[in-house]
Design a binder for this molecule. Structure first.
Ligand code: DX5
Ligand code: ZN
Length: 220
């Protein structure tokens, strides 16, 4: 089973309510919210007030992807604002065990996000404290980039690592996913599939979500 997590980064921010209504109608259960600080990544997006407003407007799970320095300072604030899932980049947090634990203690799912050029070996000690791992399949910062093909192998290896340790950790993948490559990432082991431009750029988000759900269904 996999689910589509539309990234609102590619939505029209003046019409967010319409955007979330349509992706929910298309079958999305998770809403991906990209939080960028202009330091960890070269872009600035949205933060806590928007998450608070989204919380009032949807029943979908809110998945906040923190692309910020010192995420430990803000992670619990995102849970308090209404996030159901909070991921923090391993490259940005020297105390990720503490941050993951604080997210869980606050009542949300804790995720480790990992950049394309960061080795899975960095997860070794932290994996057991995460509910999910977000594998970046583009360099974080912007929507609409091209999928990095080696991410597929990375997802496969991560899936194996999780299985070897008998963990229940879920794999999320983020960046450059579309109807062409979604089946491959699902087959590799990703269960939460983020899609921004593939959902919002065509002007029919509900249909796009349905299309991705359909294309990602791997028949065996
Ligand atoms: C990139 C963000 C992604 C982005 C995905 O830094 O983390 O969530 O919105 O957009 P697409 O699907 O267009 O690559
Ligand atoms: Zn993201």
């Amino acid at each position: 089973m996999f689910e589509i997590a539309p990234s609102i980064l590619s939505a029209d921010f003046t019409r967010l309510a319409d955007a979330i209504e349509s992706v929910e109608a298309g079958g999305a259960k998770v809403l991906h919210v990209d939080v960028m600080d202009g330091h960890f990544v070269p872009n600035i997006t949205i933060g806590l007030p928007v998450v608070r407003s989204l919380r009032k407007a949807t029943r979908m799970s809110i998945d906040t992807h923190l692309m910020i320095e010192e995420p430990g300072r803000y992670a619990v604030q995102f849970v308090d604002a209404g996030a159901d899932m909070v991921s923090v980049h391993i490259e940005a947090d020297a105390h990720i065990h503490r941050t993951l634990t604080s997210i869980r203690d606050a009542g949300a799912k804790a995720g480790i996000a990992i950049n394309p050029a960061t080795s899975l070996s960095t997860l070794d000690e932290a994996l057991g404290y995460a509910d999910f791992v977000l594998v970046m399949s583009v360099n974080p910062g912007f929507g609409g980039q091209r999928f990095i093909p080696s991410s597929l192998e990375k997802v496969r290896r991560l899936k194996q690592m999780i299985a070897e340790r008998s963990l229940e950790t879920r794999i999320e993948i983020d960046g450059g996913i579309d109807a062409e490559n979604i089946a491959e990432v699902v087959e590799a082991g990703a269960e939460i599939i983020v899609a921004g431009s593939a959902v919002f750029d065509g002007g029919a988000p509900a249909d796009a979500v349905r299309g991705l759900l359909d294309s990602g269904t791997v028949w065996v």
